[in-house]
Design a protein around this ligand. Sequence first.
Ligand code: ATP
Ligand code: MG
Length: 481
Amino acid sequence: QNMQQTMPNWLQNRAYLTPNRVAIEWSKQEITFATLHKQVEKTVRQLTTYRIYKGDTVAVHMTNSIEMILVIHALQYMGVVAVLLNTRLTIEEIKWQVEDANAKQLICDTYIEGISIPQITTAQWSMGKEASIELQTHYHLDDVTTILYTSGTTGNPKGVMLTYGNHYHSAIGSALNLGLHQDDSWLACLPMFHVGGFSLLMKSIIYGMKIVMHESFDVRAVYNDMMKGKVTLISVVTKTLQEIITLADQPFPKTFRCALLGGGPAPISLIEECLEKGVNVYQTYGMTETASQIATLAPEYVLAKIGSAGKPLFPCELQIRKDGTNVSAYEEGEIVVKGPNVTQGYYNREEATKETIQDGWLYTGDIGYLDDEGFLYVLDRRKDLIISGGENIYPAQIEAALMSHPQIMDAGVIGMEDDQWGQVPVAFVIASGLSAEEIFDYCYTKLARYKVPKHIYFTDSLPRNASNKLVRRNLYEWLGE
Ligand code: ATP
Ligand code: MG
């Protein structure tokens, strides 16, 4: 018998269980779960006047704000699938994603010129009339609630369908990993249109936990909140953590539990600096397809396993495969994952879904290995692997080595065709006051000979997408290959 599992509407239930707890705090304001629920109901009545109905797909183009939070919860109350757009996308990219997702309307902070579907700005809906409504009193765990696009680092972005169940299990998996404390509050400075930021909203209502929201990333403000003991947890990406740790000139309060680091590779030097300054960093591994992290390094291993992304969250599974079979410890292969937080597939992309998900396992396209105790080390994207004279070379390692030089601000590495070796690594760098010779010399102290780039190209900028990730496929075009 196939009984679809349901749960009471999360925020409504939270408002019933712990009405007076603070849900969100932002720029000197705060709102309890009870009030948040009331405001979301009002938002639903307002949005309903714009002919948004259960089963629709609606795109959202908003930056972190209380209005964005209201809209996200309201769409869940209405049973509407939300497509959360990255606000750094170009108009062309927005158009493409909105059409690809078949979104019926766009809810946005301000009107966007050149989009074909009807738009509802915050000024419009928040002033507008109210209609009577029918709330989803229960959520079906198998229903899709969001379509979140991948960053488009290795190809066109793909719309990842995530269900209530995916988000629920992501929140639970994280709580089982970090534990939940009575006084926990989580600083949200990453954009909520990304899965990492979005997951905090779900955690807040599922755990009954306060979120301290920052509408944009102001490193000083974030640092002050951490220092004042206002938050016990924070989610960061490498760049934000780097900025925070540069400011740190005194120990963090004991109540600060951890910085959850995700979204991409993390330089070991940064983790070491955090440890020196007494900031607990939990390195994570995950992707849009896994509704945020699927593996995390537990704190007791931060020193012993530095550089590792840890072990899968309970009850997820993670394996390394080559040609369909599992490899042994330390052997490199593709990372495959499985778990209740993992997507059922990409929207409107049967082929890509079939290629990516096989027998319930998601092939991540990332290469990595497990050590003899099962700790994961992520190497790089499979597509960017360079094979030189039979040796595997991972551009990420070379980029990290280059960027460890204080005069190299940014670096991108790709493989160039070579008669003798098949491929050789070449590097594009943003550097000041350094010659190619000096960079080669530096590389020889950091890297095995065959990994040292054969050419250094100086440049003023590197191709980065709206998620600020290096798009190496564009570098190939620069090379003319
Ligand atoms: P696309 O799938 O469109 O190419 P993307 O993979 O960059 O874009 P995201 O879902 O935003 O889109 O990013 C997930 C990816 O980020 C992972 O597949 C992995 O390559 C990288 N990543 C995440 N965590 C880590 C980590 N700890 N170390 C190295 N890489 C990581
Ligand atoms: Mg990806």
